[in-house]
Design a protein around this ligand. Structure first.
Ligand code: 5BU
Length: 483
């Protein structure tokens, strides 16, 4: 019978064959790129290998003392399940989200207080996923001191877990795994060296901070717009960052009026104080092409961008037509438009294709809507995350994200816009909810605040715009210093 080491060698080669290990340049959860990626999710498509893995883990953990098993969701769940049936020990499941109805239980399965629970996990980088599970299990009175994992990426996870009283046992470390692959000529020495350097430079604390070497990208909330313009992923975003800094304004005014003359009049008055003028062009009762020429002339004179808040939400083909055709011919004059992610990536593809084939190619972009300001809107956190993912997929046309919370935007090259801003009111009578300019920038993380009626219905529109500009800019400056 082969000993454990021989079995592990054989298993490592099998994993390589099914491409569980990938080499390249991978974005990691903790924010630095890795030259190697270990993705065990696909092992469920190889039942024999999954079974072998469970056998190996059972053999490897045979001397550990425990009463329950708990796999960290999701990849380790089937692995823990198999182990549980093989060794006939009960298992627990920790929900990722608490149930909204019924028992509201976080931990499924029967257990008694004080029982020892062994954690099962596929791969450990900083150890934070294991620690989340450990905390919930401990909250329920379980005794958690040991974790068994398939791969330790050797980036500080073992130490971080140790600090929280959890000892980690790993089938493979990244180095031992690469050694086997090198011995069998699956990879070359240069790859091993690259991974070595990466490991040395990317030791991570459990809270995601780097211990040494490469620093995590600085939090965008504490970077100036000038610094952030260097992270801009397209020309229009860069232009916007630069004009914000040069005009000292992060104010976007929503000019929701129904008369073209009024729109132009307000644009002329607020022009010096804004970075963006936002339109809903379809509410004008006397729209004409001349208006567009005049509005663009004012935008040029005062150096602001025009943003048509069209909120496209149809299938790609329809959106392409809505964007490029019809009386409004939006692409011809709006620097930026809003897009709902609801229809999926096709909507972004449509806009991208339209931009690429228009003569203004490089000068057009979109804001992706990830959250809304209205009370009881139907957007869930999962939806927002998917919207961000789609936005990221189309980084060459995405200028920013419209949302209500700072956590959604981390990339310093992406701009957060937040509507629902007013000093005097908390809401309107149709569901709109307001926050103060200061709170929107400082607490909610907006880079640009969208202000509508608070300015356009004011007695003195020009002065009010100036007041809001000052207030918003001061909040931005305060945020910079706070970093
Ligand atoms: P108000 O007058 O400041 O309430 O206008 C807010 C503007 O922002 C208005 O044009 C809305 O269409 C727009 N808006 C919003 O209020 N809330 C949202 O979540 C989104 C856009 Br997205």
């Amino acid at each position: 019978m082969a000993n454990l080491e021989e079995k592990l060698n054989k298993f490592a080669l099998e994993l390589f064959k099914i491409e569980v290990l990938k080499f390249g340049d991978f974005k990691m959860k903790v924010g630095i790129n890795s030259p190697v990626y270990f993705d065990l999710r696909s092992i469920i498509s190889h039942p024999k290998l999954l079974d072998t893995l469970a056998d190996l883990l059972c053999e490897f953990s045979k001397d550990l003392k425990y009463d329950q098993l708990c796999g960290v969701p999701y990849t380790a769940l089937p692995i823990a399940t198999l182990m549980s049936t093989k060794i006939e020990k009960p298992m627990l499941v920790r929900r990722k989200e608490q149930k909204a109805y019924g028992t509201k239980k976080l931990i499924e399965g029967r257990f008694n207080e004080g029982e020892r629970c062994l954690i099962v996990e596929d791969v450990v980088t900083s150890g934070s996923s294991i620690l989340e599970t450990v905390r919930d299990l401990r909250k329920e009175g379980l005794n958690v001191t040991e974790a068994i994992v398939v791969l330790d990426r050797q980036q500080g996870g073992a130490e971080n877990l140790q600090e929280d009283g959890v000892q980690m046992h790993s089938l493979f470390t990244i180095k031992s795994l690469l050694k086997i692959l090198l011995q069998h000529k699956c990879i070359d020495q240069a790859t091993v060296d690259k991974v070595d350097v990466y490991i040395k430079n990317s030791q991570i604390r459990a809270n995601g901070e780097m211990k040494n070497g490469v620093e995590k990208p600085k939090n965008r909330l504490h970077l100036s717009f000038t610094d952030r313009s260097k992270f801009a992923r397209n020309a229009i975003t860069k232009k916007l960052f630069e004009l914000m800094e040069s005009k000292e304004t992060n104010l976007c005014v929503a000019v929701d009026v129904t008369d073209s003359t009024k729109l132009l009049d307000i644009a002329e008055n607020i022009g010096p104080h804004i970075c963006i003028l936002k339109t809903h062009i379809d509410i004008l009762s006397n729209f004409n092409v001349k208006l567009i020429q005049q509005l663009r002339a004012i935008a040029k004179k005062h150096n602001f961008l025009i943003f048509e808040d069209r909120k496209f939400a149809d299938i790609g083909n329809t959106v392409k037509l809505q964007y490029t055709e019809g009386v409004y011919n939006i692409i011809s004059w709006a620097d930026i438009v809003t897009v709902h992610a609801l229809p999926g990536p096709g909507i972004m593809e449509a806009i991208k294709q339209a931009i690429e084939s228009s003569e203004n190619g490089a000068e057009r972009g979109v804001f992706v809507l990830a959250e809304m300001s209205s009370a009881n809107n139907l957007i869930t956190n999962a939806y927002s995350q998917e919207a961000l993912r789609i936005a990221d997929q189309y980084k060459d046309i995405t200028c920013g994200i419209i949302c209500q919370s700072k956590e959604l935007v981390s990339n310093p090259g992406v701009i957060q816009l937040t509507p629902g801003v007013q000093l005097n009111n908390k809401s309107d009578d149709l569901g709109q909810q307001y926050n103060s300019p200061e709170a929107v920038i400082y607490e909610k993380g907006a880079d640009i605040a969208i202000v509508g009626r608070a300015i356009i219905t004011a007695e003195n529109i020009k002065n009010t715009a100036e007041e809001y500009r000052k207030c918003l800019w001061a909040a931005y400056k305060k945020r910079l210093v706070a970093g």
